[in-house]
Design a protein around this ligand. Structure first.
Ligand code: S3P
Length: 441
C-alpha cells in the first residue's frame, strides 16, 4: 500500500492543457475482471487492467484464496481460476488497503464458501460502514464479527450451502448489489436483488459475459436482478476500457483552464457512469464524443474537451448514482463557474474514502472559495472564470479523489495550493502526476 510517509506537493497555475491522454483502466471493471477470472475454470486474460493499489489488493486477495494471478511482461494479466465454490482458506488476514470495492465484493464472494477470512484495511477504510453488506450477507447465512459500528477489521465465516435471498437495496450502492450477487454465485437456487435506483451495472454485464445465468427485468419496484447459483464461469479475454472517473479530472481541468483542448481516449461511456459529462454539459462545457465503439461489453468513446466558460447549475439529484465518485471534481468546476452551483441529494458522499462533503468544503474554503455545507451536498459560489485565491495547505485525508481534485484547483489558483499528502493518488491513478505534467508542457 502507499506506505506511511505523507508526500506533500504544491500545485500552481500552468499553461493550457493540450494533447491526448489515455486514462488507465476502469477501477470497477478491473476489480471484477480479477474476481470473476479467479472463479472461472481455466485461463482468463485481462488487458488494460488498472494497476492501482486498490486493484492490486484484489489481485493479492484472489491469490491468497488459491487463484494463480500473474502479470505478463506485455502488461497482460493471466488468471487461472479455482472455479465457483473453490476458493481456499487464506493463511493470513486479507489486507484491503484503501479499497471499499475489494472489501464489500469479496465479503460477498466469501460468504457462500466454507472458509473464514479476516478483512483489514487502512484508517480510511476502517472508518467506513460495512453494515450495509453485513446485513444481507448474514441473512444468507454468513457469520460476521465486525469491529464496533460494523467496521473493519472484521471476521467473516462463510457457509456452504448459503441461503438464497431476495434483497431490496436500502441505499443506491453497486457494491452492496454486487456483494449479494457474488454471494449468490455459489448459492443453490436464485438470489435476487431489487434495485429501486439504478447504479453501475458492471457486475451484471461481466457475469453474463462469463456465462452466469443472470437476468435483469424492469418492474414498478425497480430493476430486478436474478442470478442462478452454483454457476459455472467460463474463462474470458477481457479488455478493460478507460476509467470515466479518472477522465473526469481532465474533463474539468481542460474546461476551466483557458486555451485548453485535449482528447481523452478510450473512455467507458456506460450510461450508469456518465453523470459528470451530463452535469458539465448543463454548465456549458464543450465536450464532444468521437469514435463510439464497444470494448469488453461496454460502450466506449474518445472525448474532445475544450475550455469553455461555465455557468452555475442546480445539479440534478437523479444524476448522483452515475457520478457519485465525481462530485469532488465537479465542485472544482463549480468554483470556476458564473453563479452559485447547488449539489444536493448526494448524502452517500459522507461515507466514501473520506467525508467528501466536509473535506471538500474545508479544502475549497481554504483556497478562497465561498461554500455552504448541507447534510447532503454543497452550495458553491463560483468565480465566473477568475482565478481562485489558493495560497493554502489542504488535507487529502487518505482520499485519492480529494488529492486529484485539489491538484486541479491549483491549476486555476493565484497562489499555489499545497496538498498535505498526494500518496493516496496511487490507489486509483498511479500516473496522474506525470500525465498532468505531460498535458501542461
Ligand atoms: C463502486 C461503487 C460505488 C463507487 C465506488 C466503486 C463499484 O460505491 O463509489 O468507487 O465498483 O461497485 P457504492 O456502491 O458504495 O455506491
Amino acid at each position: 500500500m502507499h506506505g506511511s510517509l505523507p508526500r506533500p506537493m504544491s500545485f500552481s497555475a500552468r499553461g493550457p492543457l493540450r494533447g491526448t491522454v489515455v486514462v488507465p483502466g476502469d477501477k470497477s471493471i478491473s476489480h471484477r475482471s480479477l474476481m470473476f477470472s479467479a472463479l472461472a475454470v481455466g485461463e482468463s486474460r485481462i488487458e488494460g487492467l488498472l494497476e492501482g493499489e486498490d486493484v492490486l489488493a484484489t489481485a493479492a486477495a484472489m491469490r491468497a484464496m488459491g487463484a494463480d494471478v500473474q502479470r505478463g511482461e506485455d502488461g497482460t494479466w493471466r488468471v487461472h481460476g479455482v472455479g465457483v465454490g473453490g476458493l481456499l482458506q487464506p493463511q493470513a488476514a486479507l489486507d484491503m488497503g484503501n479499497s471499499g470495492t475489494s472489501t464489500r465484493l469479496l465479503m460477498g464472494l466469501v460468504s457462500s464458501h466454507p472458509i473464514t477470512c479476516t478483512f483489514t484495511g487502512d484508517a480510511s477504510l476502517s472508518g467506513r460502514p460495512m453494515g450495509r453488506v453485513i446485513e444481507p450477507l448474514s441473512r444468507m447465512g454468513a457469520e460476521i464479527t465486525a469491529s464496533p459500528g460494523g467496521r473493519l477489521p472484521l471476521m467473516l465465516r462463510g457457509i456452504c450451502p448459503a441461503v438464497p435471498i431476495e434483497y431490496t437495496l436500502p441505499v443506491a450502492s453497486a457494491q452492496v448489489k454486487s456483494a449479494v450477487l457474488l454471494a449468490g454465485l455459489n448459492t443453490p437456487g436464485i438470489t435476487r436483488v431489487i434495485e429501486p435506483v439504478p447504479t453501475r451495472d458492471h457486475s451484471e454485464r461481466m457475469l453474463t459475459g462469463f456465462g452466469a445465468e443472470l437476468s435483469v427485468e424492469d418492474s414498478p419496484r425497480g430493476k430486478i436482478i436474478s442470478i442462478r447459483g452454483e454457476a459455472e464461469l467460463k474463462p474470458q479475454h477481457i479488455v478493460v476500457p478507460g476509467d470515466p472517473s479518472s477522465a473526469g479530472f481532465w474533463m474539468v481541468a481542460a474546461s476551466i483552464v483557458p486555451g485548453s483542448e485535449i482528447t481523452i481516449a478510450n473512455v467507458c461511456m456506460n450510461p450508469t457512469r456518465t453523470g459528470l459529462i451530463a452535469a458539465l454539459r448543463l454548465m456549458g462545457a464543450d465536450i464532444s464524443e468521437a469514435s463510439p465503439r464497444i470494448v469488453g461489453g461496454e460502450p466506449v468513446a474518445d472525448l474532445i474537451v475544450k475550455h469553455a466558460p461555465l455557468k452555475a447549475i442546480q445539479v440534478p439529484p437523479e444524476l448522483a448514482p452515475s457520478m457519485i465518485d465525481e462530485y469532488p471534481i465537479l465542485f472544482v468546476a463549480a468554483a470556476m463557474a458564473e453563479g452559485c452551483t447547488i449539489a444536493r441529494g448526494a448524502h452517500e458522499l459522507r461515507v466514501k474514502e473520506s467525508d467528501r462533503i466536509a473535506v471538500m468544503a474545508e479544502a475549497l474554503a481554504a483556497v478562497g472559495v465561498s461554500v455552504e455545507e448541507y447534510e447532503d451536498g454543497l452550495a458553491i459560489q463560483g468565480s465566473g472564470g477568475a482565478s481562485i485565491a489558493g495560497g493554502a495547505r489542504v488535507a487529502s485525508k487518505l482520499d485519492h479523489r480529494i488529492a486529484m481534485s485539489m491538484a486541479v484547483a491549483g491549476l486555476v489558483a493565484k497562489a499555489p495550493v499545497e496538498i498535505d499528502d498526494v500518496a493516496p493518488i496511487a490507489t486509483s491513478y498511479p500516473n496522474f502526476l506525470p500525465t498532468l505534467d505531460a498535458l501542461t508542457q
